[in-house]
Design a protein around this ligand. Structure first.
Ligand SMILES: [Zn+2]
Ligand SMILES: [Zn+2]
Length: 386
């Protein structure tokens, strides 16, 4: 099959013909319909998440149709539509038993090693060398083999090119609001970074009843999009002191400031933008080695800073609720997609993310199944949502 392979950081990932083994017991084979290009893919491609994470088939956000299941799999059946979930929780480790499945210890270890739950890789290149599964998924490919816990069934009427976003960007943004911060009606919220995940944070804050939602970014088109998704105020971080402006707009500081960039400067902005007793929630994925310094005296005012990984909840419980919101017309997914591309378009999509341009690029692996008309094969086919 064809797959987008990262050979080493600094070299653009390229489409290769690779071998994919049949699913072992407890695993599933999925025909990939569509996959989203996420900022974590840039971090991986640039070698910013630590050494040894290549060669690798990229991609962890996507959706498809189950083609076959290994022995013992009862949670999904061939023909079922699924979204991918990078955390195939074991269900028995201390974190899982405490109800914190996104922190599942063996799943985290496998994800870091680019392996499936069994510890194996099912991917090999044309020379027979083992390839890693990006975040235990590897969906920038025509097919993917995953642990059964790495797929979440969804109803067949949801277009897969939209459903592809649910398993990472949407879940991460919504969970940060509803499970990590637990935003309540009437609260004042700031969102720093209006990319694929930041826009989901804004949509979730609106649905949660936040009275003030201040969106911060450097690009005017992103701020415009933030307004359409529910931001009540927008700030150009290049033109104003964002923290000061957040405090002004929220009457003394936000109750929750979400950092959705992954840099020391923006984490500091989130901290400075919250009121005494407020919480800074770091959602952005910072490169390994980045450190943040905070004025320690401010802990006296009971400010707190927390992290949120992948929605901070059980993905299998959260995704069905998100699906209901989409089907009820209360959560828009299609407007998040700025580019529909094929596998060859991945390097350009990564470049757009590096430049902060556009919203989500979605790779269409199978136009018919993804629910979209056929695309030209020239790469980055831009689709106009209007
Ligand atoms: Zn992601
Ligand atoms: Zn576990």
């Amino acid at each position: 099959m064809l797959a987008c392979v990262l050979r080493e950081p600094g070299r653009p990932p390229a489409v290769e013909t690779v071998e994919l083994d049949a699913p072992a017991p407890g695993e599933v084979l999925v025909r990939v319909a569509a996959a989203g290009v996420c900022h974590s893919d840039v971090r991986l491609a640039d070698g910013e998440l630590g050494p040894g994470r290549w060669p690798m088939v990229l991609g962890h956000e996507g959706a498809g149709v189950v083609e076959a299941v290994g022995d013992g799999v009862t949670s999904v059946a061939p023909g079922e539509h699924v979204v991918f979930c990078p955390v195939a929780a074991c269900g028995v480790c201390a974190a899982c038993r405490a109800g914190r499945r996104t922190l599942c210890e063996p799943a985290g270890r496998r994800s870091l090693a680019g392996r499936l739950a069994t510890g194996a890789s099912r991917l090999r290149d044309a020379d027979g060398a083992v390839l890693q599964h990006a975040l235990s998924v590897a969906c920038f490919a025509e097919y993917a083999v995953l642990a059964a816990g790495g797929v979440i069934p969804i109803p067949a009427d949801l277009p897969l090119w939209q459903a592809a976003l649910l398993g990472c960007g949407v879940l991460t943004g919504f969970g940060a609001v509803t499970h990590a911060a637990r935003v309540r009606v009437g609260e004042r919220v700031a969102v720093i970074g209006c990319g694929g995940v930041g826009l989901q944070v804004i949509a979730a804050a609106r649905l949660a009843g936040a009275a003030t939602i201040v969106a911060v970014d450097r690009r005017p088109e992103k701020l415009e999009h933030a307004r359409r998704r529910g931001a009540t105020d927008v700030l150009d971080a290049g033109a104003v002191d964002a923290a000061e402006a957040i405090r002004e707009l929220t009457g003394g500081g936000a109750d929750h400031a979400f950092e959705v960039v992954g840099s020391a400067v923006t984490i500091r902005t989130a901290w400075e933008g919250i009121r005494p007793g407020g919480t800074a929630v770091v959602v952005g994925l910072a490169p390994a080695g980045v450190e943040v310094s905070l004025p320690a005296i401010e802990f006296l005012s009971e400010k707190s800073i927390i992290g949120s990984y992948y929605g901070s909840a059980d993905p299998a419980l959260t995704v069905p609720g998100l699906v209901d919101l989409v089907r009820a017309g209360r959560l828009e997914l299609g407007d998040m997609v700025s580019h529909l591309i094929d596998l060859d378009g991945v390097p350009d999509a990564l470049d757009r993310l590096r430049r902060g341009e556009g919203d989500r690029s979605v790779i269409i692996l199978d136009a018919e199944w993804a629910g979209m008309p056929a695309l030209s094969t020239t790469g980055a086919a831009v689709w106009d949502p209007a």
